[in-house]
Design a protein. Structure first.
Length: 231
């Protein structure tokens, strides 16, 4: 599978945005859940939900990129026991294991979007016109694809994990958040995002991992979400 050689992701330290590179040529990109074609991109670690420095028995890596049509996200989620029994759109995937994205224009906590996908490829999507006032009946036009290395809901064997690719259309992000598409997002534009992994080792308890530590037990802690800058 060809490399997305022109993709690159870099980020600065605390207080500086993650820099997200534009994809120059998507012709070679295969939207299939496998992430070999993201090898040219530096991954970001999703390691802790609430506080920096915690040691947790799970990790994840995420990749971000963009073009004129979409914001792209990929993730690798190593997992020796794939656990997600939900099969219907908008099922509460977060009660078992899932990868989640929150996207907003700013840190105000209003007008944001939540996306979840499970290893089964089942999705949950909701828009939040106000903080925590979600509209789950809303359905996104996002694209998702997953690739599973193991067997889902077979507790007796040892899995390796799953990978996921996501494409979020800018026109939808602009319609449902304070981002503007007139003109469309371009180099220099900034937005807020957080990515979470919900993992249940032994199918109990819950380990929550975040791209940007929320610093409090709230997935909707927008003031602590990561800032992205398109480049
Ligand atoms: Ca698991
Ligand atoms: Ca929905």
């Amino acid at each position: 599978m060809p490399l997305l050689a022109l993709l690159a992701v870099a980020h600065g330290g605390m207080g500086t945005p993650y820099v997200i590179r534009q994809v120059d040529d998507l012709d070679d990109y295969v939207f299939d859940g496998a992430i070999d074609d993201w090898r040219g991109v530096r991954p970001m670690r999703v390691t802790v939900k609430n506080r920096p420095g915690n040691h947790l028995p799970a990790t994840a890596s995420v990749w971000l990129a963009w073009d004129a049509a979409n914001l792209y996200v990929a993730a690798r989620l190593p997992d020796d026991d794939l656990f997600t029994e939900f099969t219907q759109q908008d099922d509460p995937l977060y009660r078992q294991e899932a990868f989640e994205l929150f996207v907003a224009a700013d840190g105000s906590g209003s007008r944001y979007l939540e996306y979840q996908v499970s290893a089964r490829g089942v999705t949950f999507d909701a828009r939040f016109p106000q903080y925590r006032r979600g509209d789950e009946a809303w359905d996104s036009r996002w694209r998702t694809a997953v690739a599973v290395d193991g067997t889902i809901d077979e507790p007796g064997d040892r899995d390796r994990g799953w990978t996921v690719e996501v494409a979020l259309p800018w026109d939808e992000l602009c319609a449902e958040t304070a981002l503007t598409c007139d003109p469309p997002p371009a180099a220099g534009a900034r937005l807020r995002i957080n990515a979470f992994r919900i993992e249940r080792p032994g199918r109990k308890g819950m380990v929550g991992l975040a791209l940007s530590p929320t610093l409090r037990p709230d997935f909707h802690a927008w003031e602590n979400a990561a800032e992205l800058e398109l480049r």
